[in-house]
Design a protein around this ligand. Structure first.
Ligand SMILES: Cc1cc2nc3c(=O)[nH]c(=O)nc-3n(C[C@H](O)[C@H](O)[C@H](O)COP(=O)(O)OP(=O)(O)OC[C@H]3O[C@@H](n4cnc5c(N)ncnc54)[C@H](O)[C@@H]3O)c2cc1C
Length: 378
């Protein structure tokens, strides 16, 4: 099967990981990525699935295995796991609305650590201990600290994955494509100027999956969700690259990076379609909310607003697999708010499908046929 040509459409975290591992395995890979609205490059970058109270077991298994996969990915990319600008295990600090809920969360985390040692040390920190760990925070509350929590720069990660794929022989086209199936059961990848026939295709197009599959006669249960994030800067903030990511009670997370650069967000807007217009009102409201716990954010300089489109399904569950009735056509989508966590593992599992190998997690737990249904022959 090797030397076979494979097209990867979409170079967010899923497509870029797939392109890297396919190239590493000796396949001839062509990547097509339009880039507009990409969730990965707009994302906040928190890797901490173990402290989520979502009840969906398959989601948890995917996200926790996804988090556990990161050190392997970094090693495969020859990144120094302790000093990487891409991924750093800085720990995560989670607040809850009252002490009883925090204790409940600690209990859940201790239980989960039995099967997910990556969660690391767990400790409820007092208000004083919190400010000592991260001087930005001024609070009266306690919070749960998990040393295994990590921060990821999605943009840097995909850049590195694609660079490595290119070094291994992959070709990249920064363009939008459409796809047609041929009578020989191959696939035609089409742009205004290129037309290429391949036998196997990975669709890693996030929220844009309907655009590619509806013309092939499918009904696709994927919706776009707009996410906005504020990138702010605070001067005289030393050591910020070592601060943990902060998940306050509510939705506005605080993700510190080096030299006082901090991300605050994000919004989850289900009624904005694929719109990418930043809203100063929303951004100021997010900064205001986060400043309840980090008052210095009120004086921070707004560097940029990041806007991306997440993909989600009607029951918020992700899926991956071979597209029904189209052998050799694979897809993953519906990663929602946790795709930086699960994306690399999903990308790797798509490669395992291409290679005819068993996947790390059962493909039947993330059934693509539930979300992609053939309605008519195109
Ligand atoms: C504001 C925000 C904050 C987030 N924070 C976190 C977080 O803290 N932790 C976490 O785990 N996750 C987070 N996420 C979620 C995560 O970013 C996404 O789930 C994940 O990046 C999705 O990756 P993907 O590869 O499936 O899709 P994307 O990253 O969206 O990539 C899809 C790519 O396909 C391209 N494409 C689409 N159609 C075509 C076409 N026809 N031809 C060519 N190219 C095409 C797009 O332009 C895009 O580049 C956040 C998301 C947002 C928006």
């Amino acid at each position: 099967m090797k030397n076979q040509e494979i097209a990867v459409i979409g170079a967010g975290i899923v497509g870029a990981t797939a392109a890297f591992y396919l190239s590493k395995a000796g396949y001839s890979v062509t990547v097509y990525d339009e880039g507009t609205g990409q969730a990965t490059s707009a994302a906040a970058g928190i890797i901490c699935p173990w402290l989520s109270q979502r009840r969906n077991q398959e989601w948890y298994r995917l996200a926790s295995n996804g988090a556990a996969f990161y050190p392997t990915l970094m090693t495969d990319l020859a990144e120094d796991i302790h000093h990487s600008a891409i991924y750093q295990q800085v720990g995560a600090l989670v607040f809850k609305k009252n002490p009883a809920t925090l204790l409940k969360l600690e209990k859940l985390a201790l239980k989960r650590r039995e099967t997910a040692p990556e969660i690391g040390d767990l400790q409820i920190l007092s208000a004083e201990e919190i400010t000592k760990k991260i001087p930005l925070l001024v609070t009266k509350d306690s919070a749960l600290f998990a040393s295994g929590g990590a921060r990821i720069d999605g943009q840097l990660l995909t850049k590195k994955l694609i660079q490595e794929a290119i070094a291994l022989g992959a070709t990249v086209h920064s363009t939008k494509v459409s796809i047609e199936s041929t009578p020989e059961r191959n696939y035609l990848i089409k742009t205004d100027t290129i037309e290429k026939e391949v036998q196997q295709v990975i669709l890693a197009v996030g929220a844009w999956l309907p655009n590619l599959l509806v013309p092939l006669g499918y009904q696709v249960d994927i919706r776009p969700q707009k996410g906005q994030l504020a990138h702010v800067h605070l001067s005289n903030m030393k050591d910020s690259e070592n601060w943990p990511v902060v998940i306050p009670h509510g939705e506005k997370d605080i993700i510190p990076f080096a030299d006082g650069h901090i991300l605050v967000g994000a919004t989850h807007e289900n009624d904005q379609g694929y719109d990418l217009t930043p809203s100063q009102v929303q951004i100021q409201a997010m900064i205001q909310e986060a400043s309840d716990i980090a008052p210095a954010l009120n004086t921070a300089t707004l560097v940029e607003t990041k806007v991306g489109t997440r993909a989600y399904t009607s029951d918020f569950a992700p899926f991956f697999g071979e597209v029904p009735n189209n052998p050799g056509l694979y897809a993953a989508s519906g990663l929602g708010s946790s795709g930086l966590t699960s994306g690399p593992l999903l990308g790797k599992m798509l490669v395992q499908l291409v290679m005819g190998q068993a996947t790390d997690l059962p493909v039947t737990d993330y059934p693509i046929e539930k979300y992609i249904v053939k309605k008519h022959d195109n």
